[in-house]
Write a protein that binds this ligand. Structure first.
Ligand SMILES: Cc1ncc(COP(=O)(O)O)c(C=O)c1O
Length: 403
């Protein structure tokens, strides 16, 4: 590993592909390595590779050059400008494969515990409760903004192995203090992991705060076009990252080379897209805040948001996702979903077009009402993934649908 002392800019790193052996006539765009396996020039070379004495591609579940290009790129972006060794990155078939592989790589046993927040992406909560919980691992849900209580728990509960953070969180947009949580974890010898999906490395770099693992659903902003599912884990500890890679090899949660190619294409325009997502989201949030049908807008870019200062401290800008509460509850949410003509009614986020969803009638319809209310997912809460269209078209659509 070497330090990421690249003198190139962040945008240049997004765009540049490190193609090994680029010679005359070589493909300008990285080719899609649509192959399951790789060949050797001799039996001796093959033997060395299998014995781990030489590095070479072996099999698509292990590695593939189409993954390597993206892995190296995201590793450089997550460590851009930081005085740390360039981390490693491992690409997965989905965000959930990336997140679950980190937990599985830790070989948590009965009686071990994970400390996390209640307002996580729903499938992450389900994965923790079932895959880990059913095997006797305690999942401790705690308000991670209450740093005093976090320290009390870390001090008294030796079985906590890792703190898992999602910031900004889905769908309430709460922010958690990465520096403070990482410092507490280090003080008590615990690991930390952050889901950086909403922010991307352009807006937030958890490694700068001493976080051990950074995960993404690359399905969202990193791909940016909604045409492939994917995930990635980034981390600086070679030993821990080798265990994460082993999960991909053993569980077969590698992506397809085509999806890796699409992801690499998407990352090339990450900065342009994120700047426009942020510009548009700021305008839409301001507009929603003054709409009579809207009770509350969750967007850290608004100066009255409780996490505004924290977001300024740890993020470059405030991101492209916001949520808002309709005064009319579930019925108003359903009416809005049926009323929009431009915004797309769908559960994902981070694409070029604006996506809208109503958790109480969609993603959280199976969740007990009391439970979702506890985590701020109210009856009238609507999540908007603000796209990069002309912002007036987004606002006009919401205006006609809310009328
Ligand atoms: C914050 C967050 N993390 C993880 C995931 C899971 O990612 P994937 O759908 O790529 O498995 C999602 C999906 O919506 C998400 O929003």
């Amino acid at each position: 590993m070497s330090k990421n002392i690249s003198k190139k800019g962040f945008e240049t790193l997004c765009i540049s592909d490190r193609l090994p052996g680029r010679t005359e006539g070589f493909s300008h765009v990285p080719p899609i390595h649509a192959t399951s396996t790789f060949v050797y020039e001799s039996a001796e070379k093959a033997m060395n590779v299998f014995q781990g004495k030489e590095e070479a591609y072996i099999y698509g579940r292990w590695h593939n050059p189409s993954y390597t290009i993206v892995e190296q790129k995201v590793a450089l972006l997550e460590s851009y400008g930081l005085d740390i060794e360039t981390p490693e990155a491992i690409l997965f078939s989905s965000g959930m494969a990336a997140i679950s592989s980190v937990f599985l790589s830790l070989s948590l046993k009965q009686g071990d515990a994970v400390l996390t927040q209640g307002n996580l992406y729903g499938t992450t909560t389900e994965m923790l409760n079932t895959i880990l919980g059913d095997h006797g691992v305690d999942i401790l849900y705690q308000n991670l903004k209450d740093l005093k209580q976090v320290e009390v728990l870390l001090k008294k509960n030796k079985s906590i192995k890792i703190i898992y953070i999602e910031t900004p969180a889905n769908p309430t947009l709460d922010c958690y203090d990465l520096g403070a949580l990482a410092a507490l974890a280090k003080k008590y010898g615990k690991l930390t992991a952050v889901d950086n999906t909403f922010a991307t490395p352009y807006l937030q770099q958890p490694l700068a705060h001493g976080i051990d693992f950074v995960m993404h659903s690359t399905t969202k902003f990193l791909n940016g076009h909604g045409n492939a599912i994917g995930g990635i884990v980034v981390g600086s500890n070679t030993k821990l990252m080798k265990q994460v890679w082993r999960m991909r090899k053993l569980l077969g949660s590698n992506p397809s080379p085509f999806d890796a190619f699409l992801l690499n294409n998407g990352i090339k325009t990450l900065v342009l897209r994120m700047e426009k997502h942020c510009n548009n989201a700021e305008k839409v949030a301001e507009w929603l805040q003054n709409h009579p049908a809207v009770g509350k807008v969750n967007y850290t870019g608004l100066t009255n948001h409780p996490d505004h200062e924290l977001a300024i401290a740890q993020m470059r800008r405030f991101g492209g996702i916001l949520s808002f509460e309709l005064k009319g509850g579930v019925d108003a949410g359903i009416k809005l979903m049926n009323g929009v003509k431009h915004c797309v009614l769908t559960a994902s986020l981070g694409t070029a077009d604006t996506l809208i969803q109503h958790p109480a009638s969609m993603t959280h319809v199976q969740v007990d009402r009391e439970q979702r209310l506890q985590f701020g997912i109210t009856d009238g809460l609507v999540r908007l993934s603000v796209g990069i269209e002309d912002v007036d078209d987004i606002i006009n659509d919401l205006e006609q649908a809310l009328a």
